[in-house]
Design a protein around this ligand. Structure first.
Ligand code: AMP
Length: 385
């Protein structure tokens, strides 16, 4: 190891609006030393992010892993929006914090909490290198024709209206892990990554480089999600405002929090939807069908974008756990060279695995994501360089 850092441990912090998730990893062997979550910030005993991070520090200290440990090499912070300014993991300085704050209008739900987490962690350990890892960064390689919306250029540029993409840390990790599963170098493999969690996004990755993704200016675009609509005609917003008399904030809440699976059937958890489908519940069936239809459209679109697809990787809560979603998404596609093996698909497991048949030209895989490990690796790589 390089002499510029002493320890090999990285603390990963993911500061959300009402929670702080943390993991302490040892990059010498990739092991996880501690992990936890402080929830309900702002309600009850945890008054604010400062109190939450102090609790994280106390939990770690109680296990002999305190923030003052010489083994701690750096803190890695998840930051949702990097705009066009941040396309790489970035060592945090006062200037970087200011720049991330300037991006708040692009991610009003996420960046403020990320910034607060950074400020509190820097106050606790001002001497320690801290690194921002951006959810948008992996998608910065998208070519202009994929990143541009077809709207007036001057207006788009003035307000930063373009496609940024999110879940980039996961798409980066999973596309590499998929190549590793196939025993091939990532530069040789074209992959469609389907990150299906409560939020959901697809990406087209050519030789390890992202060339398109389904989320855009914000995480609202693209696939049907737990509570987000994904793609819709933007004129629906004008219609709801003019005819429905809804305000911009009401429509924002409708599309982000009360749509998607939840809006279609009242449940956003795919397990519950599966259970209800077993009882022939028509609303749950419709929600599932709309979800699958949208997913298949993106698989088709990204097949055309990539030209040659070597692998399709399912990841995150739904992608890793729902054999029914994987089966329905991949059904009837032998013309695309896609054939899922029913027995392999039904096997549960915690590690990356193939679910396609031997004959399938496209490898279909379940690849558990690990955003914390990816953030820790990128952080450590930067500070040890
Ligand atoms: P994530 O955002 O990646 O944590 O994914 C959360 C989502 O994964 C939940 O909303 C569930 O819908 C889904 N999920 C978790 N476990 C299962 C499962 N066994 N079957 C189907 N969906 C699941």
């Amino acid at each position: 190891m390089n002499g510029s850092v002493n320890g090999s441990r990285v603390l990963v912090l993911n500061s959300g609006s009402s929670s702080v998730k943390y993991q302490l990893l040892d990059m010498a062997d990739g092991s996880r030393l501690a992990s936890g979550i402080v929830e309900r910030i702002g309600e009850g005993p945890v008054a604010d992010h400062s109190a939450a991070l102090k609790q994280v520090a106390e939990e770690l200290a109680a296990r002999g892993l305190g923030l003052d440990s010489p083994e701690l090499a750096a803190v890695g912070h998840r930051v949702v929006h990097g705009g066009t300014r941040f396309t790489e993991p970035t060592l945090i300085t006062d200037e970087v914090v200011e720049e991330i704050e300037k991006l708040v209008p692009l991610a009003p739900l996420h960046n403020p909490a990320n910034v607060t987490g950074i400020k509190v962690a820097r106050a606790l350990r001002p001497d320690l290198p801290q690194v921002a890892v951006f959810d948008t960064a992996f998608h910065a390689t998208m070519p202009e024709e994929a990143a541009r919306y077809a709207i007036e250029r001057e207006t788009a540029d003035r307000y930063g209206v373009r496609r940024y993409g999110f879940h980039g840390t996961s798409h980066a990790y999973v596309s590499r892990a998929t190549a590793a599963l196939l025993g091939r170098d990532v530069s040789e493999v074209n992959t469609i990554v389907l990150h299906l969690g409560n939020g959901a996004s697809a990406s087209a990755v050519r030789g390890g480089v992202c060339v398109d993704t389904s989320m855009g200016l914000t995480p609202l675009e693209g696939l049907v999600m737990g509570t987000r609509s994904g793609d819709l005609d933007p004129a629906a917003i004008f219609h709801l405002a003019r005819v429905g008399g809804m305000s911009i904030d009401e429509i924002d809440t409708l599309l982000n929090k009360r749509s998607g699976l939840l809006g279609l059937c009242g449940d956003n958890d795919m397990r519950e939807i599966g259970r209800r489908m077993g009882e022939s519940d028509p609303a749950a069936q419709l929600a599932f069908d709309v979800y699958i239809h949208r997913l298949r459209k993106y698989v088709g679109a990204y097949t055309a974008v990539l030209g040659r697809v070597d692998a399709i990787a399912f990841t995150a809560g739904v992608g890793e756990n729902s054999a029914a979603v994987r089966e329905a998404a991949m059904r009837g596609l032998p013309a695309f060279g896609i054939e899922v093996d029913a027995v392999r698909n039904a096997v549960r497991g915690a590690s990356a695995r193939l679910i396609s048949t031997e004959a399938s030209r496209v490898a279909v895989a379940v690849v558990p994501t690990d955003e914390e490990l990816e953030i820790a690796s990128q952080t450590f790589e930067l500070v040890a360089a």
